[in-house]
Design a protein around this ligand. Structure first.
Ligand code: CTP
Length: 228
């Protein structure tokens, strides 16, 4: 199938992202507490999959690093790998980042992870219970600190001071573009099939978009990256 796919690509009409390698992350991470429990979030992974499928349709070879529950991507040029934790997602990204032209980190990665993962299921006891957390690897920040010619795109999900917070992320994580979602917009954010985004580039150019399906949003994001 792969050989046939490559021949089809070789003989097909030129596409804007031919010969490009893209790295995309999608979905949540699960940080284990014990063998049966984890800390997670409500990310569906739909935005990352839509980005991967649209980039592949435009000719890119895509490595899609997916958190648990992310839907299966449907394209011959997408290599989808499933991971669980922020640490596993970090390891997978580091392997592919060097060779890629564009990296879009759309995953909702945990900021904190349990300091100790219990070997056995933790039993209920009387009284309160607490878990010590340590910072998880910040994948986007790490890639921003080692990037050479790659274009690096991050997401920012904000509830207040959206534009200011997103601009800060461009600087602190050395990004070329940030995709801002505001939880104040109806129909945007986790779980929906729609999204409403604002794009901010490293020169502080701001472009706002209407509420659209995640597939249409993926088109807008990819068109902006092609312009970059
Ligand atoms: N991200 C990441 N690794 C993490 C946390 C986040 O790669 N451990 C990436 C996400 O994929 C996203 C971007 O960073 O592209 C923004 O994530 P967010 O959690 O909003 O930003 P933080 O810098 O963690 O700041 P805060 O949570 O305080 O807004």
């Amino acid at each position: 199938d792969h050989i046939q796919a490559y021949f089809e690509k070789y003989f097909s009409v030129q596409k804007p992202l031919d010969s490009q390698k893209w790295l995309i992350t999608a979905g949540p991470t699960y940080e284990a507490i014990d063998p049966v429990r984890f800390i997670g979030n409500h990310s569906s992974g739909k935005m990352g999959v839509a980005l991967a499928e649209h980039a592949a349709e435009n000719g890119a070879e895509v490595f899609l690093i997916s958190g648990p529950g992310t839907p299966k991507a449907d394209h011959k040029f997408i290599q989808q790998v499933y991971v669980q934790s922020a640490e596993e997602m970090y390891q997978a990204c580091v392997v592919h980042f060097d060779a890629c032209d564009v990296a879009i980190l759309a995953a909702a990665v945990a900021d904190y992870t349990p300091e100790i993962v219990a070997d056995q299921k933790i039993k209920k006891k009387a009284g309160d219970f607490s878990i010590d957390l340590k910072p998880a690897k910040d994948i986007l920040k790490h890639l921003g600190s080692v990037k050479t010619s790659q274009k690096l795109i991050g997401f920012a999900l904000e509830t207040n001071n959206e534009i200011e917070n997103a601009k800060k992320k461009i600087v602190s994580k050395n990004l070329d573009l940030v995709v801002l979602n505001s939880l104040q917009d109806a129909g945007a954010g986790f779980g929906y099939d729609t999204n409403k985004i604002t794009l901010i580039d490293a020169q502080n150019n701001i472009t706002t978009f209407e509420l659209k399906t995640k597939l249409k949003v993926a088109e807008d994001i990819i068109n902006a990256i092609i312009k970059l």
